[in-house]
Structure formats: C-alpha cells, structure tokens
Design a protein around this ligand. Structure first.
Ligand code: FMN
Length: 390
C-alpha cells in the first residue's frame, strides 16, 4: 500500500490556458494530464513549448546540465565536427529504418533511454512513453528512479522490447529485488549506468531548491524511501558509490541477462567493460548532467568505436536532436541511438500521442537524410564515411 496520500484536484493550468487542457495538482505539484497530438517542427523546439507548462523546478531538473553546462552545450556542438556528404545517382527510394539490435527487431534505431521521474511531465509517466514506443516498434528502457513500477511499465509496453536500468544501491537485498522484478517482468537486458555514483552539480536544482514532488515508484515499492520530497543528492546517497568491472559479471550471473554499460566516454572504460563481459557499450555523458568539462559525447564516439571494433554493439546518446545527428552517430559506429529530454517534453505536451508524434517526426527527418545521403538501409548508413572538414 502506498504510504502517500495523493492530493489530486483537477485544475486549469494557469501557465498556458487552452480549452481542452487540464492539469492535476499532486502533492502541490501541477502535473500535466494532456493526451493529444502535437505539432512537432523539430525536437529542439519542443523545449520552449514544454517550458510553458512544466513547473519551474521540474523544468530546471529536466533541462539542466551540471555546473555552467559547458559539456551540455558541447553535446550539440560536437555534431558540427563531422559532415555528411550528399550523394546522388544512388537509385535510392524510400529508405528503410528498421534494424536489429542484440537479436531484437526494431522499426526504428531511435530508443528511449532510461530517464528518471517522467511523472514530472505527465500523470501517465513512463507508462505513456512505453505505450508510444511500443506503438512505433521502438525500444525503451526504464530507470530505477522512474515514476512507474517495473510491472506497470512492462504492462504498458504490452510485449514490446524493454530494458531496465538499476541504480545499484548500497543495500544488496534491494539490488536483488530490483533485478528479480526486472527479470519477472520480461526485461530483455540490464543497463548498468556507471557514470552516476553521485549526481552531477546541477545549479538549476540548487537555485530552485528542487525536491521530487512525485514518488519514485520502485523505491517506494521496494522500500528504499520513496524519493518524494527529496532532492537528487539525498536520492543518490543510497546509491553505490563504488562501481567496478566486477559489478558487470555479478549482474549478468545473477540475472542471466545481457548487461549494457552506460556512461562510457573513454576507450579505456570500453575495454574494461568488454573484458568484464559487457554485452554492449552505451556511449553517453548523461546528457551533460554529470561530469562538466568533459568533451561532447559525439566527439568521443569515433575513438570508442575503434576500440570496440564491433566486438559488441554500441548505443549512443547525449545531444541528438535532428535526423542528421542520428545519421552521423550511426555512421560513426553506433548501432542504436537514444534521445532523452525531447521525448519528456513531448510527454508533457501530449502524453502518449505527443511522444508518438515526436518519434514519428525524428524518424521522418532521419529518412530524409538517408535519402539525400544515398543510403537505403541502416547497414548502408553504418557503412557511410563522414566528412571531417571542420
Ligand atoms: C531528467 C533526466 C533524468 C535522467 N535520468 C536518468 C536515469 O535515471 N538513468 C540514466 O541512466 N540516465 C538518466 N538520464 C540520462 C539519459 O538516459 C540520457 O543519457 C540523456 O538524456 C541523453 O541526452 P539528451 O537528453 O541530450 O538526449 C537522465 C536524463 C535526464 C534529462
């Protein structure tokens, strides 16, 4: 039984009034209830729209990076360091974006990464995001710090491929119960996020004194304290602050599931992870939210891809916003890409339908780029050589 009494009052959103919009007050937090199609010009423009309806503290938590956000900005800038050669006379028509990742057939190479607390964006939280990705034949991962339980997430996915990302706690019983729950609910792989043994210094959260107004369902269920009314530092205080290569084998042995190591930004760590049995490498700097002063994530992808040398597949994220970014990442060694914040903004603006619209738009953009670059399939994209004329 939930230890929280939800104080739900339907109210009119006083930030941006639209006739068909309702917002709901939960624990004093104005939560979007929107379920409608949205117009998506591109993923970048969703941020300004979402800012109009997401309360200030939560918007700062979602959009922000660490310290002065230099690395966050580099994530975008790094995509300008490589270019795509236009190709003509290639006989390409209607490029095909379906792919296979670790034996899983997908209709798009774009996945939803593990991303905490989606209840900040919409009352249906990760459940709506899961429904949208399932409807589009895409892959989604759930964070331990999500607003939905693993069971509800799996139910919403309705058989679609899903991964789970445990935040390893200092309490091993808690870790085991999380992994048991992931396995019981059919998660196809475990993503070990290794870059977050504590939270990066995110100034927006300090300025806004941000505390999570919505409980973290898995923490609540498995009695680690519920996350509600806590800041990010308090949440991470229960997390394991030492993660080494042994953790990979331990999780793989315990779950008998493939373990993907997330947060790799250095070929040395890629080697360590593969030697320890990682089934895939997830190149990410957490969307510029952890170590500030590091390179843009796309800038480190080439050397990591060389080190990995196709021994295991690669997922890439941090800063992807356009079809051309997706193309560049796949052409640089990624097998799958993830996009974080824009889908959360789409979730706030339109719930499941909003996320579907955002995913359809970036798929469409990517297909246009594929056509103009003369590539028919994802394999063709992966075999494309980018220009380096900057
Ligand atoms: C609000 C927010 C919460 C996040 N929570 C998690 C998390 O719980 N676990 C995790 O591995 N990564 C988390 N991430 C990082 C994402 O998985 C992903 O790496 C990042 O969003 C990609 O960058 P992008 O937002 O620029 O696309 C979070 C990111 C954001 C923006």
């Amino acid at each position: 039984m939930s230890s929280f009494c939800f104080n739900r009052d339907s109210i009119k959103n006083n930030k941006q009034k639209e006739d068909d919009d309702t917002m709901t007050m939960v624990n004093g937090y104005e939560q979007s209830d929107r379920e409608k199609h949205i117009k998506v010009v591109d993923l970048e423009s969703l941020e300004a729209e979402a800012q109009k309806i997401i309360p200030t503290g939560a918007f700062g938590y979602i959009s922000g990076g660490s310290e002065d956000e230099w690395t966050l900005r580099q994530n975008r800038k790094s995509f300008t360091h490589k270019q795509i050669y236009p190709r003509v006379l290639t006989d390409v028509e209607k490029p095909e974006i379906s792919t296979n990742f670790m034996g899983i057939d997908l209709k798009t190479p774009i996945m939803m990464p593990p991303l905490a607390a989606q209840g900040l964006a919409n009352s249906q939280s990760e459940k709506d995001t899961a429904r949208a990705f399932a409807a589009a034949g895409g892959l989604m991962a759930l964070s331990t710090y999500g607003s939905a339980t693993i069971a509800d997430f799996a139910k919403a996915g309705n058989g679609a491929p899903q991964f789970f990302q445990p935040y390893m706690s200092k309490n091993d019983d808690f870790n085991k119960s999380l992994l048991d729950e992931a396995k019981r609910n059919g998660m196809k792989a475990i993503i070990l996020t290794a870059d977050s043994t504590l939270g990066g210094y995110r100034e927006a959260d300090v300025i806004n004194n941000f505390q999570f107004p919505i409980p973290m369902a898995n923490l609540e269920k498995l009695s680690q304290g519920a996350g509600k009314g806590q800041g990010i530092a308090a949440i991470y205080a229960a997390a394991a602050q030492k993660i080494g290569p042994d953790e990979i084998k331990k999780i793989a042995d315990y779950t008998d599931l493939p373990v993907i190591v997330k947060g790799i930004q250095n070929p040395v760590d890629a080697e360590l992870a593969i030697d320890a049995g990682a089934a895939a490498i997830y190149v990410s700097n957490h969307g510029g939210r952890q170590l500030n002063g590091g390179p843009g994530s796309f800038d480190v992808l080439p050397e990591i891809a060389v080190a990995v040398a196709k021994r295991v597949p690669i997922i890439f994220d941090s800063g992807i916003r356009h079809g051309s970014d997706v193309f560049k990442a796949l052409a640089t060694g990624a097998d799958l890409v993830a996009i974080g914040r824009p889908f959360v903004y789409a979730l706030a603006l339109g719930g499941q339908l909003g996320v579907e619209d955002a995913l359809a738009e970036i798929n469409r953009e990517f297909q246009i780029v594929m056509q103009l670059a003369g590539t028919q399939t994802i394999e063709d994209v992966k075999n494309t050589k980018l220009a380096d004329l900057s």
